[in-house]
Design a protein around this ligand. Structure first.
Ligand code: GYE
Length: 315
């Protein structure tokens, strides 16, 4: 009796030993170094990633880190992921530069990097793919919309995103490039609002005092323009009428503002990247090749259809 029990135990142990690595190999460990919580857009992206991981918890083990808008925190998170030996690392780089050293460490450890939603200025061999939008295109589309709203003339201000962020750099470049086709539109001031509603409001308040004759505001994201709308109203002006607004993202708040007649246009930028992110991570963990840029498809939304569009918005 005792003997057969011992044999059985050994057999069981053997089975566990054989089965365990198989089960582990089926599950991928993914580290994600998020930027922070600066905007409604980012909250939607975080939600998309965390909920996808939760729905696939049998196959995904997500290690999530919130960098609180600091590159240093994101670099430390990546270093931790490397020490843990994760299969894939995702990072939304808060700024474009300064990533080469830590990405090289990941490369040497054999861990592929997915850049998600913002680009990093590094040699192509240091990351596997960029999943995100064409910010230059977004900036150009925003300029075309602004020119249409202003009949090609007037003084405007620009609320820039986080200093050094690819989403800010390129949305500015694209906008200013396209605006060259409209010589009677002048950007009289341009300043960062760090992609937050609070700073968007604060900067707009000072713009309104210094430049009382502005007729438009372009924001690198909706949140800053939502703040600007508050400032415009507090100054006794009508947003979308006295001062036209164009911004980027397409969050619910801007659709509500458009439906209420307080904002004009949003150029969409899709934050619901969770499914694409993990599908790509699985491919990379399996050693498959992926495209260097997995581009999002996006639309332009205007005040005229906002009330109709609102119920269909997912973020
Ligand atoms: O537009 C902005 C956010 O990196 C594309 O970051 C993203 C941008 C988004 O805070 O709202």
């Amino acid at each position: 009796m005792k003997k057969s029990f011992a044999v059985l135990s050994v057999l069981c142990l053997l089975l566990v030993a054989i089965a365990a690595p198989v089960a582990a190999a089926d599950k991928i460990v993914v580290g994600f170094a998020q930027i922070g919580q600066e905007s409604g857009w980012r909250d939607a992206e975080t939600e998309s990633i965390q909920s996808y991981a939760a729905e696939h918890k049998d196959t995904i083990d997500l290690k999530f880190s919130d960098g609180q808008q600091k590159q240093e925190n994101q670099i430390n998170a990546i270093k931790n992921f490397i020490d843990m030996g994760v299969d894939v690392i995702g990072v939304a780089p808060v700024v474009e530069t300064g990533w080469e050293a830590v990405f090289t460490e990941a490369k040497e450890a054999g861990i592929p990097i997915i850049l998600i939603d913002r680009m990093a200025d590094v040699p192509e061999d240091l990351y596997a793919t960029f999943i995100g939008s064409d910010f230059i295109e977004e900036g150009k589309n925003a300029a075309i919309e602004m020119a249409r709203l202003l009949d090609g003339k007037g003084k405007i201000v620009q609320l820039e995103g986080t200093v050094g962020a690819s989403a800010a750099n390129d949305r500015k470049t694209g906008f200013e490039e396209e605006l060259k086709n409209y010589p009677d539109i002048e950007i009289v001031a341009s300043q960062t609002g760090d992609f937050t509603r609070a700073l968007g409001k604060q900067v707009m308040e000072s713009f309104l005092k210094t430049y009382p004759d502005i007729v438009g505001v372009y924001g690198h994201n909706d949140d800053m323009v939502l703040g600007a709308i508050e400032a415009i109203k507090e100054a006794g002006l009508k947003p979308s009428v006295d001062i036209k607004t164009v911004s980027v993202d397409g969050v619910k708040g801007i659709f509500e503002a458009m439906a209420a007649g307080e904002a004009n246009v949003t150029v969409e930028c899709n934050p619901l990247l969770g499914p694409q992110f993990f599908e790509t991570a699985f491919k990379l963990a399996a050693g498959e090749e992926v495209d260097k840029w997995i581009k999002s498809e996006e639309g332009i939304y205007r005040q005229e259809t906002a009330a109709e569009d609102l119920p269909n918005r997912k973020y």
